[in-house]
Design a protein around this ligand. Structure first.
Ligand SMILES: [Zn+2]
Ligand SMILES: [Zn+2]
Ligand SMILES: [Zn+2]
Length: 86
């Protein structure tokens, strides 16, 4: 598996989710397709198949590169900076 340099800098244990859905979608009445959890700060955002892509927006705005899927049964992580599963 690809060694992402950002994973080593992530907080342990992983941050508690700040919400149980995408708050930015909630605010505008949109519906997330899937949810992503920022492993730097616990921000929950919607995936790139959702209309607003708030998870990638969050990564761009904050520079938090690594998220994991927040869907039940999923445990893969994605690094936006590397553009890869990590
Ligand atoms: Zn990375
Ligand atoms: Zn959203
Ligand atoms: Zn974050």
């Amino acid at each position: 598996m690809y060694e992402c340099p950002h994973v080593a800098g992530l907080p342990h244990p992983e941050p508690d989710p700040l919400s149980d859905t995408c708050p930015e979608c909630l605010a505008v009445g949109s519906h997330p397709v899937q949810l992503r959890l920022c492993l730097e700060c616990g921000h929950v955002g919607c995936c790139d198949s959702s209309p607003f892509r708030h998870a990638s927006g969050h990564a761009k705005e904050t520079g938090h590169p690594v998220m994991r899927s927040f869907e039940l049964g999923d445990n893969w992580r994605w690094c936006y900076e590397d553009g890869s599963i990590v």
